[in-house]
Design a protein around this ligand. Structure first.
Ligand code: PRX
Length: 653
C-alpha cells in the first residue's frame, strides 16, 4: 500500500508504448465509462479477426450467464496462427523451446500452423468433434501448445491438467469433463529427472469412470518403455505423420467453450471453469499487448506451466494472437543451477519476463549465497519489462527483482487476476502507471474493480473490504462445467448486488486509490502461487481411513512459498510422538501426494487428541491459524470445549 513513506516510482518513459502516460490510461478508462459496450466492441474489432462480424457486445438477458459478441463467429487458432502467416509473417519465430537439458528448438509461425493442422486432422480422424472435450496431460512442450491449438482449430474444448496432479485428480477431471480423448507424453523431463505421465494416465483410467475416453494419444518425449493398450493408445507421431498440413478451421460462435480449466474452491471438489472463445481471446490478447506493452521485436517469456491459467492466457493464446516470439521452457529454475532463468534471458535476449514471486524468492536465497547464480553475473540488458503473477509480491522481493533483475530500469507489472477472470484485472501498465512495490495499482481500463462491504455497499479508500468486479467483462468465466448453480452461488451471491465476487480481500490507498490484495477471504490457500482448497486436502487426509479420524487444514505464512499448508490431525490410534509421529506424518504427506498431487503435501502435520471445537462442535479455524503461525493464543477461548489440545497441536513434527 502506498503512504507518505513509500513514494511512487515514476512510470518508464517508453516512446512508442501502447498506453503512454497516465493521460492515455485515463482516456481509456473514460472511454469505457462513457460507453462500456462500445469500448469493448471496438477492442474486439481491432484485435481479433472475425469470420462473421458480431452485431452486439454484451448480452445481460440471462445474467449472471453473460454473453459477449454472441452472433459473431471466429476461430481461435486462425487468430493465433493463420492470420500472421497470411500477412507474410510465416518465417517469424513463434516458439523458442528450451528443453530441460538446454537443447533449443525454434518453430516459426508457418511450421506451427502446419503442426497444428496435422494434429487437428488426426483428432478428426479419431472421431473428435466440435464440442467434444479433450484432456491434455503434458509437460511444457511445443506439442502441448500444438495440442491446445489443434483442439481450438476443430472446436473441441480442451481441459489441460497440470502434469503434477495425481492419477486420482486426473481421473476426477477426465470424468467430470466427460473427455473423449487424453493427450499425454510417455514421460516428462524436469530437473534432470524422468517422471511418468502415460503411466499416470493408465492409473487414472484404471480407477474407473473414464469410459468416455476412446483414445489416448502419446507424444514420445523420452522413449521410455511404457505399458501399451493397443485398443486405445496411439503414438502422436504415427497419427500425424501422414496428415495434410492444412485443416479448414471450424468457425465457432464467440461463446463456444474454448476450454475448461479445473481450479480449487472453498468447498467440494475442484470446479471446471468454462471460458468462451471470442471474449476470452480478446482479453488475453489485449492484456498481453497493454500490460506487457508487447512490440513486434520483443522476446516474451512467461515461465508458467500450460497446466495453469497463466500458461493458457500468456503462453498459448495472448502472445500467439499477437504474432509474438516467445519462450517455452521445459525445466525448472534451479537446474542445472539457480542461474538458469538468468542464463536463458541472456541467451535468448528476452525482453519481457513474467514469473511468480515464489520463484523470485527462492532465487534470491540462492543468489545471495552463490555469486555465480546471481543475476548480476549475467547480461540481462535485453530486459525491458518484468511481470509478477499468482500471489502477492512482498516489497523486499519486489525491490530485489527491480534492482537485480531489471537493473533498476524495468517496470514491474504486478498483475492481479484469477483462473475465472481469464486475464489481468488489476495491474500497472508499464509506460503509464507509477509503481509502488507490493501494490497491483489500478484496474485495467474497462474493468470495474471495487471494494465493498458484505452488503455490496462501496467502501471508501483506505478501508479494507471485499474485492468485486461490478460489471461483466469479455473474458469472465461463463459457468462451472456441469454445475450452473454452483457458478451462481460461488461468484454472484445475492447480497452483493450482482457483482462478481473474486474471493479476495483488498484495500485501496487513501491518497492514490491503488489496490493492494490482502489475501483470500475464503478457505482457499495459495502455496507457491498454486491454488488449493483446504477442504480438498482435508478430504484427502480423512480418506486415509486406516489412520485418520479427523483433520483440519489451514494456511500459515511462509517466507518462500507465500503460504504453507498446515494440517491438524486426530488419529484413530493414540496420539504419536517423536520418531513415530514423524513417520506417520510422512505417510500422510505421501498419501496426500497420491490423492491430489505433490503440490498439496502439507508442510506441517500436527497431532492432537482432538481438534479445538466450540461447544456446538464447530472447529475453531481462527484458533488453528494462530497455532499454525506459532502465535501465543490470545483470542478468547472461553467457548472452547477442550483447551488442552492447543498445547498438543502447537508441537511440530
Ligand atoms: O488470491 C489471488 C491470488 O491468486 C488467486 C487466483 O489464483 P488462480 O486462479 O490459480 O490464478 C493464478 C494466476 C492468475 C487470486 O484470487 N493472486 C493472483 N495474482 C495475484 C494474487 N494475489 C496478489 N497479487 C497478485 N498479483
Amino acid at each position: 500500500m502506498n503512504d507518505a513513506k513509500t513514494p511512487l516510482i515514476a512510470a518508464a518513459d517508453i516512446e512508442n508504448a501502447h498506453v503512454r502516460g497516465m493521460s492515455a490510461y485515463d482516456q481509456r478508462v473514460a472511454e469505457a465509462d462513457a460507453d462500456y459496450d462500445a469500448y469493448w466492441c471496438e477492442r474486439a474489432r481491432e484485435l481479433l479477426s472475425w469470420r462473421t462480424p458480431f452485431t452486439r457486445g454484451l448480452d445481460e438477458s440471462q445474467a449472471p450467464f453473460f454473453k459477449w459478441f454472441e452472433d459473431g463467429t471466429l476461430n481461435v487458432s486462425y487468430n493465433c496462427l493463420d492470420r500472421h502467416v497470411e500477412k507474410g509473417l510465416g518465417d517469424k519465430t513463434a516458439l523458442i523451446f528450451e528443453a530441460d537439458d538446454g537443447q533449443v528448438t525454434r518453430v516459426n509461425y508457418r511450421e506451427l500452423l502446419a503442426r497444428t493442422c496435422r494434429l487437428a486432422n488426426a483428432l478428426k480422424a479419431r472421431g473428435v468433434h466440435k464440442g467434444d472435450r479433450v484432456v491434455i496431460y503434458m509437460s511444457m512442450s511445443i506439442e502441448g501448445v500444438v495440442a491446445m491449438q489443434a483442439c481450438a482449430r476443430i472446436g473441441a474444448t480442451h481441459s489441460v491438467v497440470f502434469g503434477g496432479f495425481s492419477a486420482q485428480s486426473l481421473r476426477d477431471r477426465i470424468q467430470d469433463a466427460g473427455a473423449v480423448m487424453v493427450i499425454t507424453a510417455d514421460e516428462q523431463l524436469r530437473g534432470g529427472k524422468q517422471l511418468p505421465l502415460k503411466a499416470i494416465v493408465d492409473d487414472a483410467i484404471a480407477l474407473g469412470g473414464c469410459e468416455s475416453v476412446a483414445n489416448v494419444l502419446v507424444y514420445q518425449r523420452t522413449g521410455a518403455a511404457i505399458h501399451w493398450d493397443s485398443t486405445r493408445d496411439r503414438w502422436l507421431h504415427a497419427e500425424t505423420q501422414n496428415q495434410p498440413d492444412s485443416c479448414e478451421p471450424e468457425w465457432v460462435g464467440a461463446e463456444h467453450p474454448l476450454f475448461v480449466l479445473y481450479t480449487s474452491g472453498s468447498t467440494g471438489k475442484p470446479k471446471g471453469v468454462q471460458h468462451s472463445s471470442g471474449g476470452y481471446l480478446l482479453h488475453a490478447a489485449l492484456t498481453t499487448q497493454w500490460t506487457f506493452d508487447l512490440q513486434p521485436d520483443d522476446v516474451f517469456w512467461c515461465t508458467a506451466d500450460i497446466g495453469w491459467v497463466t500458461g493458457h492466457s500468456y503462453i498459448t493464446y495472448g502472445p500467439l494472437a499477437l504474432g509474438a516470439t516467445e519462450i517455452i521452457f521445459e525445466g525448472v529454475p534451479t537446474f542445472p543451477d539457480a542461474g538458469r532463468f538468468w542464463k536463458m534471458i541472456e541467451d535468448h535476449r528476452v525482453s519481457i519476463f513474467y514469473t511468480a514471486p515464489t520463484a523470485i524468492r527462492s532465487l534470491i536465497k540462492s543468489a545471495e549465497s552463490n555469486e555465480s547464480v546471481h543475476p548480476r553475473s549475467y547480461d540481462l540488458s535485453s530486459l525491458r519489462i518484468l511481470g509478477s503473477v499468482g500471489e502477492p509480491i512482498n516489497p523486499a522481493a519486489w525491490e530485489w527483482y527491480h534492482q537485480h533483475v531489471g537493473g533498476g530500469r524495468c517496470p514491474i507489472v504486478d498483475t492481479f487476476w484469477q483462473t475465472e477472470t481469464g486475464g489481468h484485472m488489476i495491474t500497472p501498465l508499464p509506460g503509464a502507471t507509477p509503481l509502488v512495490p507490493g501494490s497491483c495499482t489500478l484496474a485495467f481500463p474497462g474493468i470495474a474493480a471495487a471494494i465493498v462491504d458484505e452488503t455490496g455497499a462501496d467502501l471508501p479508500n483506505g478501508q479494507g473490504g471485499i474485492l468485486v468486479i461490478k460489471k461483466p467483462w469479455p473474458s469472465m468465466i461463463r459457468t462451472i462445467w456441469g454445475d450452473p448453480e454452483r457458478f451462481k452461488a460461488s461468484y454472484f451471491p445475492a447480497e452483493l448486488k450482482g457483482y462478481y465476487l473474486a474471493g479476495d480481500g483488498a484495500i485501496r490507498d487513501a491518497q492514490t486509490g491503488y489496490f493492494t490484495i490482502t489475501g483470500r477471504i475464503d478457505d482457499v490457500l495459495n502455496v507457491s502461487g498454486h491454488r488449493m482448497g483446504t477442504m480438498e486436502i482435508e478430504s484427502a487426509l480423512v480418506s486415509c481411513t486406516e489412520l485418520v479420524a479427523e483433520a483440519a487444514v489451514v494456511g500459515r505464512p511462509d517466507e518462500t512459498t507465500g503460504e504453507a499448508i498446515c494440517a491438524f490431525v486426530v488419529l484413530k490410534g493414540p496420539r504419536p510422538s517423536g520418531e513415530e509421529a514423524r513417520q506417520i506424518a510422512n505417510t500422510l504427506r505421501n498419501w496426500v501426494a497420491k490423492e491430489i498431487g505433490p503440490i498439496a503435501k502439507p508442510k506441517d502435520i500436527r497431532f492432537g487428541d482432538n481438534l479445538p471445537k466450540t461447544r456446538s462442535g464447530k472447529i475453531m479455524r481462527r484458533l488453528l491459524r494462530s497455532v499454525a503461525k506459532g502465535e501465543d493464543v490470545t483470542q478468547d477461548i472461553s467457548t472452547l470445549e477442550n483447551p488442552a489440545v492447543l498445547a498438543q497441536l502447537a508441537q511440530s513434527n
